[in-house]
Design a protein around this ligand. Structure first.
Ligand SMILES: Cc1cc2nc3c(=O)[nH]c(=O)nc-3n(C[C@H](O)[C@H](O)[C@H](O)COP(=O)(O)OP(=O)(O)OC[C@H]3O[C@@H](n4cnc5c(N)ncnc54)[C@H](O)[C@@H]3O)c2cc1C
Length: 458
């Protein structure tokens, strides 16, 4: 095990940020801005991937509306100061007493990173709540790999269905089930239908337009519970018209290789493609670190986002950031909040390093609105308290997220791609990258032929 140093003594104060999502990257970027003229502070950002994933656009990657590479931005491209460092590694353990974080790099070896100030921004990962079959038979909608897997699966099902004689088997191949009717579930359902409809019409003439079907299974009483009443009903009505059966107040009991068991009467829905968006839990590293966490494993923080351990801060989806004006309420785990929290956190960290206690302030923010795309150039949302739906909501949704894509280059790529897709449409290319013949490097270039030994004494 190696301890990594980059600078020479006297060591600058190192702010180590764990997680390269919205929360982590924005904290790093704001800290860089605030410490532009200082060389006594350095920023290290550690994340599993070397990019930030723009999650609101992930369902569009799945439907081919957006090229995968354009939904991500390299971490190194977002850090500007020469002393800042983006480390691609998996965070394994946090040692609060030694002020050290153990990570595993792409080389497969553990490394120790020392810190003076720690920011935990590890986000969330898909939670299965122990439902049988979810890990084995469902795709998620949280990572780039999820979007790839689902896109390839949809195309695979269309390809197989064209060859299939057995009507039962064909029905299962052309039935898509989404578990979870929140934001990501509804947006994913919308994109699935949009994609299947478009490519079927153009490339799979042997499949009848009525054959592809969908189901959304939601435990709560309505879709889009995050939005005011009426919005979920609107989304449900639109999706039902496009071939979805909406099951509210319904639990997924089990997922099998050939379908899903749902509800109290154990209804079986034959399906070869089940997508699970029904739950997120924080990275287990947060709970295991020793800071105070709630029942669900999210870091309990003060209004200023400091954890129970001084000098250790937590934000984004992995933290419970209290609302100032509502006792016992917390800011929702959204990208919008994560970005705003990061701005305040950067100021608080700097004030804490400089010993300016009076300048450490709680996070305060009122959401400007929420918007969701439900496919077919349709959306729903609330902006500044005004409800919007239909094409206008979709247009506002696109416009807002386009404006949040990092960099002019990023915006140009996304804008151009949307424009070209609107003219030429999507194609059904199935990117099969998991075949042998990648010279032992694996589809993502990470596979090593032989693990290196690690020093057990370190
Ligand atoms: C499909 C989808 C659509 C969404 N749409 C919207 C939307 O329209 N509007 C909105 O406001 N929010 C939306 N969200 C929610 C939003 O994505 C999250 O709230 C936001 O990403 C939280 O940011 P974060 O930085 O806390 O976590 P994340 O973005 O999850 O980032 C965490 C980072 O930590 C890394 N990481 C985790 N564990 C480790 C480890 N052990 N070692 C190293 N690195 C690790 C991850 O790889 C990731 O890069 C959506 C989410 C999804 C999945």
């Amino acid at each position: 095990m190696r301890t990594i140093y980059r600078s020479e003594p006297p060591w600058p104060h190192r702010v180590l940020i764990l997680g390269g999502g919205f929360a982590g990257v924005e904290t790093a970027r704001h800290l860089e801005k605030l410490t532009k003229r200082r060389d006594d502070i350095e920023i290290w950002l550690v994340s599993r991937e070397n990019f930030t994933l723009f999650t609101p656009l992930l369902p569009e990657v799945c439907s081919g509306m957006l090229e995968a590479r354009h939904s991500v931005t390299a971490l190194r491209a977002q850090l500007k100061r020469p002393s800042s460092w983006a480390v691609t590694a998996v965070v394994e353990r946090i040692d609060l007493d030694a002020k050290q974080v153990t990570v595993t790099g792409g080389d497969g070896d553990p490394h120790r990173l020392n810190y003076d100030t720690l920011v935990i921004a590890l986000g969330g990962e898909t939670a299965t709540f122990g439902i049988k079959g979810i890990p084995e038979y469902t795709a998620g909608m949280k990572t780039l790999a999820d979007a790839f897997a689902l896109r390839n699966r949809m195309i695979e099902m269309l390809e197989r269905a064209e060859l299939e004689d057995d009507p039962e088997e064909r029905r299962a191949q052309l039935t898509f089930v989404v578990g979870g009717g929140g934001f990501s579930g509804v947006e994913t359902a919308g994109e699935i239908e949009d994609f299947v409809r478009r490519v079927r019409k153009r490339y799979y003439a042997k499949i009848d337009p009525e054959e592809p079907r969908g189901h959304i299974v939601e435990l709560g009483p309505r879709l889009l519970a995050e939005m005011p009443e009426g919005m979920g009903e609107y989304a449900a009505e639109k999706l039902a018209r496009r071939g979805y059966t909406i099951h509210t107040d319904t639990a997924i009991k089990e997922v099998r290789v050939d379908g899903v068991v749902v509800g109290d009467d154990n209804e079986f829905i034959p399906s070869k493609t089940v997508i699970w968006t029904g739950g997120v839990r924080p990275s287990p590293v947060v709970r295991e670190s020793g800071i105070e966490v709630d029942k669900g494993g999210r870091a309990v923080v003060s209004g200023s986002m400091e954890t129970s351990h001084p000098g250790v801060w937590a934000i984004g989806d992995c933290a419970l950031v209290p609302k100032l004006d509502q006792e016992g309420a917390y800011h929702a785990p959204t990208a919008q909040n994560a970005v705003r929290e990061a701005k305040r956190l950067a100021k608080n960290i700097l004030a804490s390093i400089d010993g300016r206690k009076r300048d450490i302030e709680p996070f305060e923010y009122r959401t400007i609105g929420t918007l969701a795309s439900i496919g077919h150039h349709t959306g729903v949302g609330v902006v500044f308290g005004v409800r919007v739906r239909g094409w206008l909501a979709w247009f506002m949704w696109r416009g807002y997220y386009w404006s949040r894509v990092p960099g002019i280059g990023g915006k140009a790529r996304v804008g151009l791609e949307w424009f070209l897709n609107a003219i030429f449409g999507s194609d059904p290319v199935q990117l099969k990258v998991d075949y042998p013949g990648t010279a032992g490097m694996g589809p993502s270039g990470t596979r090593r032929s032989r693990p290196r030994s690690t020093d057990p004494r370190a």
